[in-house]
Ligand binder design. Structure first.
Ligand code: G3D
Ligand code: MG
Length: 176
């Protein structure tokens, strides 16, 4: 049996940390000097998921990174086409990027009604734990979007919850 492969897109406003989250997950590194990529960049990482039967299932994740858009309107539908999953990212220090989450969700689910999404409130290392808890509390989307798996407070800088969001998303994409 060949390995299954799945497409994941990173979605979100400019500079929220999409590229940094991918780098942290794929290369396990973070650089404050990291320069923005141009166009679309594809990264690949293979993961082993444990199914309910305890069997390990290898999955190749193809992770798409976009750049150049400043708002959700700039995201081309062709970028999202064929994605079984998305990580939709906001920056906890920029409220407008949080307000745009629903626009990104609407666009993703319009193109991929059967896709799965994890919401990442990124740069959580920059604010207090109390603030993080408050943001997590008010930014839950499952009621309106049943295919949203959950909202996580991530940090590409410290690595907090970065592996978790990719593995959670992959598990839902494969086993649900
Ligand atoms: P993008 O791909 O969504 O456009 P980038 O965003 O990954 O390029 O990140 C934008 C800036 O935010 C970068 O800083 C990056 O280092 C920083 N950043 C990303 N994630 C985090 C995080 O979790 N915590 C902190 N503290 N910073 C983060 P520069 O200065 O290069 O623009
Ligand atoms: Mg980028």
């Amino acid at each position: 049996m060949g390995k299954v492969s799945r497409k994941i897109c990173l979605v979100g406003d400019f500079s929220v940390g999409k590229t940094s989250l991918i780098r942290r997950f794929v290369d396990d590194q973070f650089s404050d000097e990291y320069l923005s990529t141009v166009g679309v960049k594809l990264s690949q990482k293979s993961v082993n998921l444990k199914g309910e039967d305890g069997e390990e299932k290898p999955v190749a994740l193809f992770i798409w990174d976009i750049e150049g858009q400043t708002q959700f309107k700039g995201i081309a539908p062709s970028y999202l086409q064929g994605a079984k999953g998305a990580i939709i990212v906001a920056d906890v220090k920029r409220q407008e990027t949080i307000e745009h989450l629903r626009n990104h969700l609407d666009l993703f689910f319009k193109i991929n009604p059967k896709g799965w999404v994890i919401v990442a409130l990124n740069k959580s290392d920059l604010i207090s734990e109390e603030k993080v808890d408050k943001l997590l509390h008010v930014n839950q989307f499952q009621t309106d979007y049943p295919q949203v798996i959950g909202t996580y407070a991530t940090s590409a800088k410290t690595g907090k919850d970065v592996n978790e969001i990719f593995y959670e998303l992959a598990a839902s994409m494969i086993f649900s």
